[in-house]
Ligand binder design. Structure first.
Ligand SMILES: Cc1ncc(COP(=O)(O)O)c(C=O)c1O
Length: 478
């Protein structure tokens, strides 16, 4: 017997109940933000118990008070990397500007369907206009547009599929694609999902600063073509994940143009630095590429799940993705449906609102100032560490990533890699900052990635001075 509906917690709460719930959520959010600066930068030590408690929870037949549910949720939020906090310098930091949360609340409550124009024309235009603004900020020509995605992985996939369709048609046998050694793994994943075998992938070597070697790219394309293959796509990096390296964009563009390849830039991490003061000099000719991946959930400080793909000729996206269906005849009217024609998705969240609303509320200059500050902070960190004999810089920051190692004194019990790892561990254990590492040619490198809008000089100073202190201490230990 099912329980009569009237005796259940109603899915549509009355106004008083809803007000109470929103107040609880408000208090939760405000308390969380209030505690963020003092929160540990990572806090996963007790996570196993949290995981076990959550996994043991049986499917609830009946509801319980929201306050209780929030109390159950809170330990899981706490037992994590504090990705939205000021001390998060690991991987590529996440954002979470509060205006984006307000946008999400409104988007979820109103729950409009934005992927089909006719269902919400003004809202679809909000996304189209915001994408146009992004294209303008990136220096792309008039007419450029694209689609909001869940992130860089999906943007790179949609770009690759568009290029495949335009350059190779339905039979893409023999198609080859090119990217540097330090390209994000999602590009190889995109190639796999798009149906390319491993033999189609060409990994172009990098120089000592981890930038693609353009002459090697040209030679590889020419050799493949001479062998009867069909080179069609090159992906340049506007900031690699590893070290923030910027591939030689102009050279890559010229090589692709001269040989008729589709030129794509993965700017998921770094592309948005073009907004910073001096950004156009850092990322020359960015706007000339056929397609560009951006991650507003990185350098526009928005919540995860906010990616964008921009294209000089958005028609290529449409040709690659558009389909028809009889059940959509009422909304088609013989024309394009809307964003769904430009993407693998049909139903999706109104993610463009969390870009548009913050742009309107803060203005783009607020983002420009933040990004300019992040570049300056990583340069400051570089100068400070470069002056310390116990540290060796891998490469001065090309954007806001600094990669370096700590150097043990001669005869130390730890080798260089173990010494660096131990120094980073000790600083991370202080819980003021959280850094991650990478490894290049067998060398362990500590990475500081300054991207969060909450990270300012005090926190970068904590990281750098902490590293120096711990390195000195460790160097003095027998
Ligand atoms: C350069 C680069 N490309 C692609 C990605 C993948 O993006 P996403 O995690 O948004 O799918 C990342 C993620 O860090 C990245 O740094």
């Amino acid at each position: 017997m099912t329980t009569p509906i009237a005796s259940l917690q109603p899915l549509e709460p009355d106004a008083a109940q809803l007000r109470e719930w929103l107040a609880l959520a408000n208090t939760y959010a405000l308390d969380h933000l209030d505690g963020l600066a003092a929160a540990p930068s990572s806090n996963t030590e007790g996570a196993a118990q949290v995981v076990a408690r959550i996994a043991a929870e049986p499917l609830p037949a009946a509801g319980r008070p929201l306050a209780e549910v929030l109390t159950a949720l809170d330990p899981a939020i706490r037992a994590s990397f504090t990705t939205a906090g000021p001390g998060y310098l690991a991987y590529i930091p996440g954002g979470g500007i509060p205006t984006a949360a307000i946008a999400d609340l409104i988007a979820c409550v109103t729950n409009r369907f934005v992927n089909v124009d006719i269902a919400a024309p003004g809202l679809a235009e909000i996304e189209r206009t915001t994408l146009r603004w992004l294209a303008e900020l990136m220096g792309m020509p008039k007419g450029s547009n694209g689609v909001f995605t869940s992130g860089g992985s999906l943007s790179n996939l949609a770009a690759l599929v568009s290029a495949r369709e335009q350059q190779l048609g339905e039979d893409f046998t023999g198609g080859t694609l090119y990217y540097s050694e330090d390209t994000h793994a999602c590009v190889a994943k995109a190639a796999k999902v798009a149906g390319f075998p491993k033999a189609a992938l060409r990994v172009v070597p990098v120089d000592t600063r981890r930038r693609m070697q353009a002459d090697a790219l040209a030679a590889m394309i020419d050799a493949d073509r001479a062998n009867g293959l069909r080179p069609f796509f090159v992906c340049a990096n506007a900031g690699t994940t590893n070290t923030g390296a910027i591939d030689p964009l102009g050279d890559i563009l010229d090589i692709a143009r001269a040989r008729g390849l589709w030129a794509h830039v993965d700017g998921a991490y770094g592309g948005l630095f073009r907004i910073a003061d001096g950004g156009d000099a850092l990322l020359p000719r960015l706007g000339e590429f056929d397609s560009l991946t951006l991650d507003p959930h990185k350098c526009l400080f928005l919540p995860y799940g906010t990616g964008a793909l921009l294209m000089k000729d958005p028609e290529a996206l449409r040709v690659a993705h558009a389909t028809t269906a009889s059940y959509l005849q009422d909304v088609t009217h013989g024309e394009a449906l809307g964003f769904t024609d430009y993407s693998p998705e049909l139903s999706r969240d109104f993610r463009g609102l969390r870009v548009w609303l913050p742009f309107l509320v803060h203005g783009v200059d607020a983002f420009r100032a933040q990004l300019t500050e992040k570049l300056a902070l990583s340069r400051w960190a570089h100068e400070r560490l470069a002056a310390e004999p116990l540290f060796e810089i891998f490469d001065p920051p090309q954007l806001s990533v600094l990669a370096f190692s700590a150097r043990p004194p001669a005869g130390h019990r730890l080798d260089a890699n173990a010494f660096s790892a131990e120094v980073m561990r000790r600083v991370n254990d202080r819980k003021r900052v959280f850094m991650s590492s990478t490894s290049i040619a067998g060398r362990y490198l500590i990475r500081i990635c300054v991207v969060s809008f909450r990270t300012h000089e005090d926190r970068v100073r904590d990281a750098v001075e902490g590293l120096i202190e711990e390195a000195r201490k460790l160097a003095g230990e027998a």
